[in-house]
Design a protein around this ligand. Structure first.
Ligand code: 5GP
Ligand code: MN
Length: 336
């Protein structure tokens, strides 16, 4: 581990920096990455954002998005950047498996690894960490890092503010989760003062659906939603064929699980989707119910108490059956 002063000394000269984030990046992952990028370019560093995979079109308007390199599209260039980097910032994840095969490249690199994250149980690959599980978004920690650690608040310009606002907005469910505090609202107010156009960001992220996405949502709600009242649980499962029929792209299934959770009395909601290579689960819960425990114990995943994810190589029906079979174990908690 290195201390803050050592990191600051390193950052006092122009450095070769790689910023990376978890695969299939969401709004917080890309907002944090490009937020930090837009700060570092003002300091004269040579900096690149390398994403392990592609990400949704509704994030591709973020300031300087065209500068992002996607590992799966440019593996050789990405590997060289990682190998040559002096500093690698790992944002919104804390285990190298979350960046797929890029994880081994990062592990091998002699760069100083800085982890900025808000997930539970860091693996420990990092040399410096700004880690707080109470933060509602990694973007909140990036703001804290720039303003309070590096004392560069005046460099939160419109581009940085726009990216960080996007990260906080998406990871806080539009400022409505329990970890949204008055302090967070003060940060958000500062971001708006720095130039983030709040109304426009909401529109670009949330009112940017394709016709297929909206029809797919309708299909999920009317044909695929199952409410298991005896467990206060709701579940939606969709097959590869469903995804193909509605031409659903990366990220377009995001948020559908929240409709299942919005039913009165429901404490646990699951969205189970058959992807080309595996079945992916998204779980959401209310209150103290540990959705992450189910993901960790049964589905090779993890996450936060109220928002977690996992996966399986089994067939879709098998995964759905397994999910159902787990519910009796949690019945007492679900009915509390
Ligand atoms: P989502 O349902 O949106 O994919 O993920 C919800 C939360 O669970 C996110 O905070 C994400 O980081 C976490 N998560 C999703 N999938 C996985 C996984 O496979 N492993 C771990 N450790 N966390 C995950
Ligand atoms: Mn996050």
């Amino acid at each position: 581990m290195i201390d803050l002063e050592t990191l600051k000394d390193k950052l006092a000269q122009p450095c070769k920096i790689v910023i990376t984030t978890h695969h299939k990046p969401d709004g917080d992952a890309m907002g944090s990455s490009l937020g930090l990028y837009n700060y570092f370019i003002q300091k004269g560093h040579f900096v690149k954002v390398v994403s392990p995979t592609d990400y949704p079109y509704f994030l591709q308007w973020l300031p300087n998005n065209p500068e992002v390199i996607i590992y799966t599209e440019k593996p050789e260039e990405s590997k060289k950047l990682i190998a040559d980097a002096e500093l690698i910032f790992c944002l919104d994840f804390n285990a190298l498996a979350r960046i797929n095969e890029m994880g081994e490249e990062v592990r091998r690199s002699s760069a100083i690894k800085i982890m900025i994250d808000h997930h539970l149980e860091p693996e420990g690959f990092d040399d410096f960490r700004h880690w707080n599980i109470n933060a509602c978004a990694t973007a909140q920690l990036i703001y804290d890092f720039i303003v309070n650690y590096l004392k560069d608040g005046e460099l939160i310009n419109k581009d940085v503010a726009t990216c960080l606002y996007t990260g906080i907005m998406t990871d806080s469910g539009s400022f409505r989760f329990p970890n949204v505090t008055s302090d967070l609202h003060r940060i958000v107010a500062n971001l708006i003062d720095a130039g983030a156009q709040n109304w426009k960001i909401h529109q670009q992220v949330y009112d940017n659906a394709t016709e297929g996405r909206l029809k797919f949502l309708g299909y999920c709600l009317s044909n695929k939603l199952e409410v298991l009242r005896e467990y206060n649980t709701a579940l939606i499962s969709v097959s590869k064929e469903d995804i193909k029929k509605f031409d659903i792209q990366t990220g377009e299934t995001e948020g559908i699980v929240n409709y299942a959770l919005s039913i009165n009395g429901i404490k646990l909601a699951a969205f189970i989707v058959e992807r080309s290579d595996r079945v992916k689960l998204s779980l959401r819960s209310i209150g103290t119910f540990p959705a992450n425990e189910i993901c960790k114990k049964y589905f090779d995943g993890g996450g936060h108490r109220n928002a977690a994810g996992g996966q399986s190589n089994d067939a879709l029906e098998t995964v759905v059956e397994k999910f159902r079979s787990i519910l009796p174990e949690y019945k007492e908690l679900l009915l509390q």
